[in-house]
Design a binder for this molecule. Structure first.
Ligand SMILES: [Zn+2]
Length: 550
């Protein structure tokens, strides 16, 4: 394979037709005076002509030499086309493999500009190039990056495709990324996340055999429309995410049970009733003022009662929505529920220092009352927080002179509990295992949920989908509504879900490519347009080489 034009090792580009006459040294640059020896060809009809009309001097920026800029000064001829049927009478001779028509840079120099722009972007590229003695503007750098590459990767046949979405702005605009799973390369970006655009893209690639996707219905629909011949595969990681979200939904309904019993403390001898005196002043964010919270609840309750009253008087949901200015969705939810929907209590994460309560208490009782020293000790054991939190933690003990475990009930968020429920036993730390055991005392359902979750995980790593199909059949009959709905959802998408186990494809590498895309997007401060972002995310391929190939 011939080396790319930018790798030319000759002093002047394309020495077959360019001959160096002399070199001039200016203060900051070299001038290479060259002349052209070739048979000029009319660009319109392709006839050779030796009938010179005139000549002119063309100046081209070339690769730097000895750290200084290089200008190529070439005497280029204008010729008469003698082909009587050709509309062109006079033409300028072209410089194949040297420069494009009207180009002011040699091709090998512009290839370097394009490569640097691809790697670092416009303005940083311009600065780096200036240091390398290639003077150019940031606009030129970006224009080169957007230049159409010779080899469009999306034009290559793709067998196994991975698809996922990426965020232009999280929660607002999304785009689509398409990855060739065999080559580990991005093949295209789409500016939106829609079944139509995905299916239109797929129609140009009838060679696709499998499509690995998340379980968002858009890509399933797009694949069905655009590539009905292909096999769809649900991604295992996304299935685990779906499971986790399901568990979270189940636990949200039980959020009032997600209270941790206090850590058992053999040293605490305080009689019941004096707990509040001994309890440690645990730093926590200030509570919302109860009066305001109560007022809000009262207002909400009044509205709820209005909705129920109107509904009982026979008004339609749409009419109630118009009358009270409440979203129809909200009204439907309220009426379905049949009782006033209480707001979930706010979840506050317990401070990290609580996890080291046992150790701190032991050291305190041994006589170490120095907060800085205690901080150093637990930091060595992995405490990630600040010294001030440790000081506040032991301040209560200092007042009473007695170490006691925190008595305040700790809450655990449904999300956190769902993580514990779905995590395999061998991936749990001792701390997490203890936490899980503590949850079970108030919320025994988590034991069953954990069994369900672990069986699902095991089914995903099984040899074939038999176990997964059994799991779905079993889950449809279980007592947890969200799990039942999840199982029915899987059943609907069963061919793709089963393929997640039966085949080895996943969108794991797509996630990696999304990380790369995010890095590039942020490197340009999120201000790049779609074309530029696409040009920098697609793999680099050499620019088209003007003129006949060597
Ligand atoms: Zn001609």
């Amino acid at each position: 394979m011939a080396p790319p034009t930018s790798h030319s090792q000759s002093l002047v580009p394309n020495p077959d037709i360019l001959t160096l006459d002399r070199i001039e040294r200016d203060t900051d640059r070299f001038r290479f005076w060259v002349h052209v020896e070739q048979e000029p060809i009319c660009p319109v009809c392709g006839h050779a002509s030796r009938s010179r009309h005139s000549c002119y001097c063309r100046c081209l920026q070339d690769l730097p030499w000895q750290g200084a800029a290089v200008e190529l000064w070439a005497t280029v001829g204008r010729f008469r086309c003698r082909n009587s049927s050709c509309p062109r009478k006079i033409f300028c001779e072209r410089l194949p493999r040297i420069a494009r028509v009207y180009g002011r840079q040699t091709e090998r120099a512009s290839e370097i500009v394009r490569l640097i722009g691809y790697v670092v972007g416009g303005l940083p590229g311009q600065r780096l190039l200036a240091r390398l003695s290639i003077a150019t503007s940031d606009d030129t750098v970006l224009r080169r990056v957007r230049q159409k590459p010779a080899l469009e990767l999306s034009a290559l046949p793709i067998r196994n495709l991975g698809v996922d979405d990426w965020a232009w702005r999280k929660g607002q605009d999304y785009g689509t990324i398409l990855v060739n799973l065999d080559l580990h390369r991005v093949v295209d970006l789409l500016p939106d996340r829609a079944a139509e655009s995905f299916s239109a893209w797929l129609k140009q690639h009838p060679e696709i055999v499998t499509i690995s996707r998340d379980r968002c219905g858009l890509y399933a629909e797009g694949a069905m429309l655009g590539a009905p011949q292909s096999q769809q595969i649900a991604d295992r990681f996304h299935l685990i995410l779906n499971l986790s979200a399901t568990m979270e939904r189940v636990l949200e309904e039980r959020s009032r049970q997600l209270v941790l019993p206090p850590v058992e403390d053999p040293l605490a001898e305080a009689p019941p009733g004096t707990d509040s005196d001994l309890s440690v002043d645990i730093p926590s964010p200030p509570l919302p003022r109860p009066t305001q919270a109560q007022l809000r609840r009262q207002r909400r309750l009044e509205r709820y009662e209005q909705v129920v009253a109107l509904s009982n008087s026979g008004q339609s949901q749409a009419a109630i929505s118009r009358a009270l200015g409440i979203e129809r969705k909200t009204i439907r939810r309220w009426l379905r529920r049949g009782q006033f929907p209480e707001r979930k209590p706010p979840h506050r994460r317990p401070p990290k220092v609580n996890e080291f309560a046992d150790y701190l208490q032991q050291r305190w009782n041994e006589g170490c009352h120095n907060a800085s020293r205690l901080y150093q000790e637990i930091r060595a054991k992995g405490y990630p927080g600040k010294r001030a939190m440790v000081a506040r933690f032991v301040a209560g003990w200092r007042k009473t002179g007695k170490a006691a475990s925190p008595k305040a009930p700790q809450r655990i968020s449904p999300k956190h509990a769902a993580i514990l429920v779905t995590r395999p036993a061998d991936q749990m730390t001792d701390e997490q295992q203890r936490l899980f055991d503590r949850i079970t005392t108030q919320c025994p359902d988590v034991i069953d949920l954990r069994q369900i979750a672990l069986r699902f995980r095991a089914a995903l790593t099984a040899e074939d989908s038999t176990q997964l199909r059994q799991w779905i059949a079993g889950a449809k009959r279980c007592e947890f509504g969200a799990v039942v709905r999840f199982a029915y959802g899987l059943q609907k998408d069963i061919s793709a879900v089963a393929a997640a186990v039966d085949t080895s494809w996943s969108t794991g590498q797509v996630e990696g490519q999304i990380n790369r895309l995010k890095t590039i997007k942020r490197q340009m401060y999120g201000r790049a347009g779609f074309e530029l972002l696409r040009a920098r995310v697609l793999p680099y391929s050499p620019a088209t080489i003007a003129g006949p190939a060597p």
